[in-house]
Design a protein around this ligand. Structure first.
Ligand code: EPZ
Length: 419
């Protein structure tokens, strides 16, 4: 049974003050996997203390890699002589990003056996683009009893077109191709900051990757990679979530240690909805709006509006003036939070990939339940403005991606406690 923790949040307080953003969960996860490509120790700084990071530590430990925290946010990863190539179901089922070890295992041990990551609340989450890439690099892939087995004599560079700019597939293929013989071209590659950061990390290890952030990424294989020291970038989605927290409570907040460029689409949409947003090189200031106007959103691959901010923005639109349409183009089933927001008085209709949100005067507290990480964050945001005390259960979903959420919100004046 997951821990029974709940949040109790009494709404109505405008947030004020400064919040500091932690390291990017999704960048830490792929860079931790990439450490396995070298025999030397790598040191990762600004790694966030999150459940998903702990899960990834368990996965690479089970492969035989030495991992330890050398200070509160610094990991030392020593993949010198690991030899286990199997990532078991009980670990992979808790975090599908474990699948990111497949590329490094193929490159280092020439084989991998990983439980097929199950779907999750937001969609089927297949890995066919990852497997298409590994096959193109020469791997023989079979599936049996829910496991994917891959073997290869020598990884050989190739041209790979992925049907959708998948973040994970781009990362997995990039990692395998770094130690392949010859050159690999990934066409229709993902351009997310986390993909660029993984490429930067690999290049610092001695890989030869060009075109990061463009449609075509070219990887020229090298013989070996060295261990490096690297600092994880701030988490743009944590930062974006606090922007919405400031907006929905009509507060006045400085969000520190965040790259405004990575949140451009969110900043533009918040300005269109009437917010005053100003930025410095590593912080964003959100100040009192004269009431939130409804705006339409379409989630798209980076640099489009991030799907990981869709739920949070929907929470804001529930109390906007007017009607907004939010279209989810990346995942096929990412509106679970709408049901719980309706329980709080929101007026939301779902039609396929579209959600139609009619702004209401106010939300009211009601017992609700998180069903996924960002949907859970949306319920926290609704509770910050709802009349009364909202109880949110299954907050283990939220703990996967937010460091000390209740502490940070309380420091901004919110009335939040964990029970
Ligand atoms: C990454 O997931 C993130 N996770 C997700 O964040 C994020 O929502 C997503 O990218 C999109 O930005 C990590 O980085 C650990 P995709 P990923 O491959 O790589 C389909 C969070 O909140 N697809 O870009 O799994 C897929 O079903 C998580 O931390 C295939 O069809 O996302 C989806 O519809 C939630 N076949 C679309 O592509 C494949 O082989 C985008 O998925 C791979 C993906």
């Amino acid at each position: 049974m997951q821990n029974p923790d709940k949040f109790l949040i009494t709404g109505g307080k405008p947030l004020k003050g400064t919040v500091v953003i932690d390291g990017a969960k999704n960048s830490a996860l792929s860079i931790m996997a990439a450490c396995l490509l070298s025999r030397e120790v790598s040191i990762l700084e600004n790694v966030p203390r999150l459940k998903d990071v702990y899960s990834m530590i368990e996965v690479i430990k089970i492969l035989g890699v030495n991992v330890e925290w050398i200070d509160n946010n610094t990991l030392s990863i020593d993949p010198d002589d690991f030899n286990n190539y199997e990532a078991p179901y009980e670990l992979v089922k808790t975090m599908r990003a474990s699948f990111l070890v497949m590329g490094p295992l193929l490159a280092r041990l020439k084989k991998a056996k990983i439980s097929l990551p199950g779907g999750c609340a937001i969609g089927a989450r297949p890995v066919d683009f990852h497997l298409k890439g590994f096959r193109a690099l020469g791997a023989n892939i079979t599936t049996e009893k829910g496991y994917i087995k891959a073997e290869v004599k020598e990884l050989k560079g190739n041209d790979i077109y992925i049907d959708f700019p998948s973040l994970g597939a781009t990362e997995n293929i990039m990692m395998a191709a770094s130690l392949a013989e010859g050159t690999t071209m990934i066409e229709n590659a993902a351009k997310d900051p986390e993909v660029i950061e993984l490429g930067n990390f690999l290049n610092k290890m001695g890989a030869k990757i060009d075109g990061l952030g463009n449609d075509i990424v070219t990887i020229t294989g090298v013989k070996s990679l060295k261990g490096v020291k690297y600092r994880i970038i701030p988490d743009r989605i944590e930062g974006g979530t606090y922007m919405i927290a400031a907006a929905i409570t009509r507060g006045n907040v400085e969000i520190k240690n965040v790259n405004p460029y990575y949140l451009k689409s969110c900043i533009v949409k918040l300005e269109e909805s009437g917010l005053r947003v100003s930025t410095k090189d590593d912080s964003i200031f959100i100040s009192d709006p004269e009431g939130i106007k409804s705006v339409d959103i379409k989630t798209m691959p980076f640099p489009g509006f991030p799907t990981d901010m869709q739920a949070q923005f929907m929470a804001l639109m529930t109390i906007a003036n007017g009607t907004s349409i939010i279209t989810e183009n990346v995942f096929e089933n990412r509106f679970a939070h709408a049901g719980d927001l309706r329980r709080m008085g929101a007026d939301i209709k779902i039609e396929g990939r579209n959600s139609i949100i009619k702004g209401v005067k106010k939300l009211s507290a009601a017992p609700v339940m998180a069903s996924d990480l960002r949907g859970g964050a949306a319920l926290v945001l609704g509770a910050l403005v709802a009349e009364g005390t909202t109880e949110i259960s299954r907050i283990y979903h939220i703990d996967r991606g937010y460091v000390r959420l209740e502490e940070k919100l309380r420091s901004l004046g919110a009335n939040v406690r964990r029970e």
